[in-house]
Design a protein around this ligand. Structure first.
Ligand code: NDP
Length: 244
């Protein structure tokens, strides 16, 4: 990937599968000391087998107290990737409070409070840091059956900007990446039906959905000093979908 994160400790949430797992592995490849957090132990076990040097933490980020307790011995952290996310497919008229809360708790509330915890350590240490929130193209376009998800990611984009404004003076940059569909487990859940996927695909000027690696490369760039003047950005990885 061409980056050197030697001497940096990186925390990636939702690192058991998909984009988070690929990001954790890429950071290991770039020399970072990586902490992979997820909520399914078997995923973390296989990741540890693939990358023996990695530290794993099994916790649900929606449980704020348990997450803080687990991270206590791991801080301070230089690089944070808030990637854990969930979706729930319900038409607007059928959204339930339970599903809405589940999505908001993981995609927004957990990011706020985990970042708050990590940022306090970064500030105390005085060495700055970088935070990347994994948002979505769904923060910028309204997608049918994605009421809770689109709302959570739009809120995450604004959270990213406010965090960047307040943490920037401490040399902590905060940015988001906003990918289009990636065929991970989550992507397959929402976009396996060609009747749904094809019209979206047809609107992407580059003619394809994103690969995990497309997202990983953008995350690494935003974590690295190559983006040292980029803060509060929400970076679309959509092949031009939103411009079209
Ligand atoms: P996956 O479902 O493939 O992987 C998500 C990972 O996050 C899993 O390991 C999952 O663990 C973990 N996770 C979910 N919730 C929690 C939680 N509460 N606490 C701890 N870990 C958790 O998803 P993707 O890789 O596709 O998605 C990653 C991020 O990218 C998400 O924020 C998503 O919204 C975003 N995104 C995805 C797109 C796509 O098309 N795939 C497009 C745009 C954005 P477990 O399996 O055990 O639940």
């Amino acid at each position: 990937f061409g980056y050197n994160f030697k001497g940096k400790k990186a925390l990636v949430t939702g690192a058991g599968k998909g984009i988070g797992r690929a990001t954790a592995k890429a950071l290991v490849e770039c020399g970072a000391d990586v902490v992979a957090l997820s909520r399914t132990e078997s995923d973390l076990k296989t990741l540890k087998t693939e990358c023996p040097g990695i530290t794993t933490v099994c916790v649900d980020v929606a449980d704020l107290q348990a997450t803080r307790e687990k991270l206590w011995s791991i801080t301070p952290i230089d690089l944070l990737v808030n990637n854990a996310g969930v979706t729930s497919l319900q038409s607007f008229l059928e959204v339930t409070p339970e599903e809405y809360e589940k999505v908001m708790n993981v995609n927004h509330k957990a990011v706020l409070f985990l970042s708050q915890y990590v940022a306090k350590w970064m500030i105390d240490r005085g060495k700055g840091g970088a935070i990347v929130n994994v948002s979505s193209m769904a923060s910028k376009v309204a997608l049918k059956d994605h009421t809770s998800y689109c709302s959570s990611k739009a809120a995450l984009d604004m959270l990213t900007k406010v965090m960047g404004v307040e943490l920037g003076p401490h040399n902590i940059r905060v940015n988001a990446v906003n990918p289009t569909v990636v065929y991970t487990e989550m992507g397959r859940k929402a976009w396996s039906n060609p009747q749904k996927a094809t019209p979206v695909l047809q609107r992407i000027p580059t003619g394809r959905f994103a690969e995990e690696e497309d997202v990983v490369k953008a995350i690494l760039f935003l974590l690295s000093d190559s983006s040292s003047m980029i803060n509060c950005e929400t970076l679309l990885i959509d092949g031009g979908f939103c411009a079209n």
